[in-house]
Design a protein. Structure first.
Length: 257
């Protein structure tokens, strides 16, 4: 790996400062936060402004905000993103941590489609495949995605009198019961499915967001019941949430928390 260029590093440090607070900074703010000489900051700010990376805030002389160039770069980055490829990369990392089967899925109608999958190395593991389609209400990823829909859209997909198929005796088949489950998922931010799509498997799932904050997918971890317990569930919920957050970050999402 080559040597880092100090001037470029400092310029990038300045740009990243705009990610915090109200998104505006003055040269003295930058000097204070980065502990750089005033002359250096002045030269870097002048250069960044000349290249449209930052612009002066109207009506606030001496204060700057991000310019159009970072937006253009971000838009080009977003155009090149491949959710399936990014999902496969993160799923692999999560699977290496927990050694269980990890999926990334999207919602289509009332079904989920698995777009990425990494298998556990255990002899006993969930058998599935990328491209497989399952009823959303029977899976943790599906319930996570349904719970993320606005109420009118959810109602248009699953009516109050909808007939929900059962994949196992534990599947939710009553729309009212499903809505109660989805309300709990919204509150917790995590979905759990216990033997609802497979009588021998339980799953946890967390939401994946795009750069606009919209839920576009969900990441799940599936575990055979022989390795399932309350303690393991809590551990995997945290790992699924971490993996989903990492994938969201890959897609350009930035949490405000």
């Amino acid at each position: 790996m080559g040597r880092l260029v100090p001037a470029v590093t400092r310029a990038l440090d300045i740009l990243e400062l705009f990610l915090d607070g109200d998104g505006t900074l003055s040269a003295p703010d930058i000097v204070r936060k980065l502990q750089l000489p005033r002359t250096t900051v002045h030269e870097l700010v002048t250069t960044l402004a000349a290249r449209s990376y930052i612009v002066q805030v109207p009506g606030q002389p001496g204060r700057y905000r991000l310019g159009v160039r970072p937006y253009q770069l971000g838009s080009r980055y977003a155009e090149q993103l491949d959710l399936a490829a990014e999902g496969q990369q993160v799923a692999r990392s999560v699977a290496e941590t927990c050694d269980e089967t990890v999926h990334v899925a999207i919602l289509e109608g009332t079904d989920v489609i698995y777009i990425a999958k990494v298998d556990s190395t255990h002899a006993v593991r969930m058998v599935s495949a990328a491209g497989r389609r399952l009823p959303a209400h029977c899976t943790s990823v599906g319930k996570m995605l349904l719970a993320s829909l606005p109420e009118p859209e959810l109602s248009s997909r699953i009516a109050d009198d909808a007939e929900l198929i059962a994949m196992t005796p534990n599947s939710i088949t009553d729309p009212g019961a499903l809505r109660e489950a989805l309300a709990e998922i919204r509150q917790r931010g995590i979905a759990v499915e216990s033997r609802e799509s497979n009588p021998d498997v339980s799953c946890v799932a967390a939401p994946v967001r795009d750069r606009a904050g919209q839920v576009v997918a969900a990441l799940s971890i599936s575990v055979p019941m022989i390795r399932w317990s309350d303690d393991r569930r809590v551990e995997l919920e945290q790992l699924a949430a971490k993996g989903a957050a990492e994938l969201s970050e890959h897609l350009g999402y930035r949490s405000v928390a």
